[in-house]
Design a binder for this molecule. Structure first.
Ligand SMILES: [Mn+2]
Length: 424
């Protein structure tokens, strides 16, 4: 479904008085804020096609109804999010879950919804019905050349689907690894994986990037063949200039200093993109910013500092994507919350007084360094993010409008209560 423009306008005019008071106060208090609004308008976060339905755990799945039945429905849902918040103008597709039956038609539909195609994702962590060889013991690392060949060809096929849609990057996340000591020769597994990745890399179009995503554990529990940022960086460095590391916030061991990892990857020109989510214990795939908003801010603080140091465009030079799962919330409301949290962390990091921070660092004024960062983080930037939405033609309060218009009920009426979206 699409929202009629007048619904958004009506919602905004109802909230306008209150918003104008808040934003004028904000602009008075923060002289640098004017420049930030345009950066927020430009900043887009890709929605993963696999997160539009209810997520499951290994114990079960409780569908909420009205889930997208096909790729067209998924794009419509993302189009709806983008109408509501003006910041979800991209989609990250997963193959084979989202193979377009007619690429031109899908591309046109996305265009009509103002959506771009961000990174394509391959899948060699599951066996598909028609597949000849099993990935039970890995894909690109597998000891059997036939399995590796099949996985390489799958990735090349994903690139071709992406080319037809106008995507410019491929994310490779491997479940490869081992569950028990002795199961795998680490060095040989790494080498085989590298050789396989080299073949995929050779098939990349000239203007494409490949992102190598790492993950500390799960589904393998003893070793992972791309287990951390060091291993990912090794692959990316050996592959060449089109290869980068992708950071998924949930893929670290507990208490890892992700902001430092991000800073160094940026310094080396090897940070490619992001998968946002939040977690309490492991790869929980919870709503971004729902548990550790300060960490999210500290990560953005390094991103902004590092990107500015390299003269990078915040909006376009890295892949910004959500990778989350929603077991108990409406997926669309959850995604609106994630995008809001990401925009807030970004806005706060743009407020950091970098000149003052640099000066405080030079004289070891540790307390002042903390004050400067926390001042930015403790600033209520919600009026600023809302103003960016307003200027983008979106809603001042996306979730309130989603609820007022009974969007989920309408989706259930249109699609049925028992639909199940492909995904995790
Ligand atoms: Mn991920």
């Amino acid at each position: 479904m699409r929202l009629e423009k007048y619904r958004i306008d009506q919602h905004n005019s109802e909230l306008d008085d209150k918003h104008q008071k808040r934003i004028s106060f904000f602009l008075e208090e923060n002289t640098s804020a004017k420049n930030i609004i345009q950066k927020l308008v430009d900043f887009q976060i890709a929605i993963p096609s696999w997160a539009l339905g209810t997520g499951g755990t290994r114990f079960g799945r409780f569908s909420g109804g009205g889930e997208p039945r096909n790729l067209e429905d998924k794009l419509m849902d993302i189009g709806l999010l983008h109408q509501l918040n003006g910041s979800s103008g991209a989609v990250s597709l997963h193959i084979p879950w989202d193979i377009p039956s007619d690429a031109e038609k899908i591309k046109n539909l996305a265009g009509s919804l103002n959506l771009k195609f961000d990174a394509m994702n391959s899948n060699t962590f599951q066996d598909q019905a028609a597949q000849e060889f099993s990935y039970k013991f890995g894909s690109l690392q597998h000891v059997d050349e036939n399995v590796r060949r099949q996985a390489i060809e799958h990735n090349i096929e994903v690139i071709k689907h992406g080319e037809a849609l106008g995507s410019k990057s491929l994310t490779v996340w491997l479940a490869d690894g081992s569950c028990f000591p002795g199961q795998l020769n680490f060095r040989e597994a790494f080498q085989r994986t590298l050789d396989s990745l080299r073949e995929i890399y050779a098939a990349l179009p000239t203007d494409w990037k490949i992102f190598v995503e790492y993950k500390a554990y799960e589904p393998n529990f003893y070793s992972t063949t791309v287990g951390d940022w060091g291993q990912s960086l090794l692959y990316a460095t050996k592959l060449g200039e089109k290869a980068f590391t992708l950071v998924d916030l949930g893929h670290h061991l507990p208490n890892a200093n992700i902001e430092q990892i991000v800073s160094l990857l940026l310094m080396e020109g090897k940070l490619g993109g992001f998968h946002f989510n939040d977690s309490k214990y492991g790869d929980d795939d919870l709503t971004a910013g729902s548990l550790k908003p300060y960490q999210l801010f500290l990560i953005f603080n390094e991103l902004v500092e590092g990107m500015d140091a390299r003269g990078m465009n915040h909006a376009t030079d890295l892949g910004w994507m959500i990778d989350a799962s929603h077991n108990v919330k409406d997926p669309l409301e959850d995604l609106l919350q994630s995008v809001e949290a990401i925009m807030m962390a970004y806005a706060q990091s743009l407020l950091v007084d970098r000149t003052a921070l640099k000066a405080a660092q030079q004289v070891h004024d540790v307390a002042l360094c903390q004050e400067i960062l926390q001042h930015a983080h403790r600033t209520d930037v919600r009026p600023l993010v809302a103003e960016a939405r307003l200027r983008a033609g979106a809603a001042l309060d996306p979730i309130a409008l989603f609820r007022t218009l009974d969007v989920r009920k309408k989706l259930i009426d249109e699609r049925g209560l028992k639909t199940v979206a492909t995904g995790l």
